[in-house]
Design a protein around this ligand. Structure first.
Ligand code: PEP
Length: 254
């Protein structure tokens, strides 16, 4: 059975003290709440707070992820963080790749996404690979073409064994941080499409085992109906992951 995941992407938010407070609030919430233990919780803080979060993760069952990684191995790349460095934190098990903000503000292409995925897999870190169309593409009915290209060019160079180590997040860009959410039917339609693409490339068993998350203004009020879809295996959560009660309420939607 494929893994269910609720992952929080803190983006560039919180001071160190605020990050500590958020983690402590999450721990309090976890103590008071009965969560479905089949759901993997992940927090993805900014790089400087990875150690803080892995310290908390030590005594808990949630995991820690980074928000980005370099496409280069090591060396003179000022400001970059390598997969090997992430690996040396030991408890950093996931990393977001190809988020639409990285694609649009930092020119992250499918080829760069593919290179980052390779670095992460070599370091035994699970990439959470984002895909999704912008509003104009959705309005032009191009969402399937866009997502097919992102998945094919970013991931389908992998052999089947490596592909098994991938988590995908479908994030319609028009729904990120806008308060607009894809309807459950819109989410299911694309998730089923992605699973079908994987099936055509790697076969049904791998397609059925691949976790595909939804992201885009997911919150406690809509998580249940989104996660009820057969091909939606959880969420990548931005804004709502910055408040412990909302983040845990979303995890409880399973
Ligand atoms: C995101 O950026 O991955 C995201 C889903 O953000 P939000 O939940 O704020 O829309």
């Amino acid at each position: 059975m494929r893994k269910k995941i609720v992952a929080g992407n803190w983006k560039m938010n919180k001071t160190f003290e605020q990050a500590d407070e958020l983690m402590s609030d999450i721990m309090d919430q976890l103590e008071q709440t009965e969560l479905n233990r089949d759901v993997q919780l992940i927090v993805c803080p900014p790089f400087p707070y990875l150690e803080l979060c892995t310290d908390y993760a030590n005594d808990s069952y949630f995991a820690v992820g980074a928000q980005n990684v370099s496409d280069q191995e090591r060396g003179a790349y000022t400001g970059e963080v390598s997969a090997e460095m992430l690996k040396s934190f030991e408890l950093v098990d996931y990393c977001i790749v190809g988020h639409s903000e990285r694609r649009s503000y930092y020119g992250e292409t499918d080829a760069i996404v593919a290179a980052k995925v390779n670095r992460l897999l070599a370091a035994e870190i699970t990439p959470i690979v984002c895909c999704g169309e912008v509003l104009a593409e959705r309005e032009a009915g191009k969402q399937f073409d866009v997502v097919r290209r992102q998945i094919t060019d970013g991931l389908f160079h992998l052999d089947a064994d490596l592909f098994k180590g991938i988590v995908i997040a479908y994030e319609p860009v028009w729904a990120i941080g806008t308060g607009k959410t894809a309807t459950p039917d819109q989410a299911q339609e694309i998730h089923a499409f992605i699973r079908q693409l994987i099936c055509e490339k790697y076969g049904n068993e791998i397609a059925q085992d691949t976790t595909i998350l939804y992201g885009g203004s997911c919150k406690p009020s809509n998580a249940k109906e989104l996660f009820a879809n057969p091909d939606v295996d959880g969420g990548l959560i931005g804004g709502a992951s910055l408040k412990a009660d909302e983040f845990i309420a979303i995890a409880k939607a399973f």
